[in-house]
Design a protein around this ligand. Sequence first.
Ligand code: ZN
Length: 488
Amino acid sequence: MWKFRFSILLVLVLSLIYCNPGEIDYNQEVKIEPTSDENYGDVAQLLKDTFRIDIKKISVDMVYFPESFYVNCETEIVFTMFKDDTKPIIHLQPVLADQRLVDSILLNGESLDAYNRSDVDFIEIDGPNQKVLEFQRILNTGIEHRLKISYRKNLTNNYYMFATEVSDLYGNGNETIFPTINRPGELALHKLRFRVSGDMKFRLIGSGLVQKIENDDYQEWTLDTEREMASYTVMFVLLPEDDTLYEEKAIDGVDVRIMAFKNDASIDTAFSTLASWLPELRTNLGPFPMKRGLSIMLMGSGGGMEYYGGTISSLWALEHEIFHMYYACSTVPATYRDSWLDEAVNEWYENSALPNFNSINDDYSSNIVSGRSPIGIGFDGRAYNEGAQILEHIAVNMGSRQAMIDFLKYVHENYSFKPFTTIEFVQYLKDYSGLDYEDNFKKWLFSGETVNKTSSTQNYNIKKHQVNFIPPQSIIDKYENLNKGVVK
Ligand SMILES: [Zn+2]
């Protein structure tokens, strides 16, 4: 995600005017006792013990009823267990929110009752923000298990849209739409089918291979990620054809598809930005990582969010989000707290090209990583500033910006789609260059006595780097049946 830049003074003044810290749940997130990473022991084992299942494939069959503002979902996940004699869990927000929305649950063919706690229980992982469904059946390793859940997902009635709404900063993944495990390191093959009911014509863009299917009864598309990839980076956007523009073009060998609202952001400007940005990234970091190219939902305002082979982004945030195709969407953080690195690398690349960019002080200490549990959600907002300065320290030690870029290319080439932790990144650095940053990283990221209280400046920035998914008012105004009072 992208951060706005303002002078400190302007930010402080605006923060005082606009920021109501009470409405930002980021503050709750950071009330974690100061701790060292040693408290969590073997992180890989903790992840297996907590999340219990390894998803191979997620299939989602959706029928969207735009004018009734809901989607009927029939889903199947194929998974294995990490350990024998354990109960599987899954994240699925619509079912947690209201069991009346559940039509059926079948685990390995057995029908389970969403209301019966001896069939399905609701438990918490690392605090109230992460509830999961725990199926009360003991399963074993070594065989594939199948979970089928049918349910209705309700949408807000302020516009005719159905789209992913991931926020890695807050730790919201795709569990708001389909069953998954909400942790960055959960890689799975995704096959989604969309059918739209009614006469209103829609467009769909999204991650991976998207195909329009002939169907006399519905408008239909399929989306196939064609490989196991981070589940929380699956993107799709379904919007009315009448309200949007769509163009596609090959740039530097990458198929680029751009959708935008009419009378909103300039698609031409986006294409010309990419005409120089994609070749630069290819030269510095390697071939574009996604074989089906790039799908962009171009917004007229706000920041952006990166997805696998896609982004929902303003023009302002576009270069930042496309950079994330390399760091965040193909290299993948093992846990949310490791996501600081993707932002730090991204910001470092931008800032290190400018004069007077300073590296972190040797005596800096913080709990940017250790302030959060490996099984927690979201990442620390200091990633953008102090995080980028940490990478500059390494670049200076390597001798040049280009030497650091070459290392980043090496990591991308060797560790894409192999989720890694912050400490594993330190090991890759040592393997590549001989530089040993373990003690520095422990001090810079895994210590610090102060709890990460976000400042009002940070709150302002954090609030502002969210996607602003709002159609222009002229589009809202033309519809009679929308609830215009709740448009955000
Ligand atoms: Zn970002």
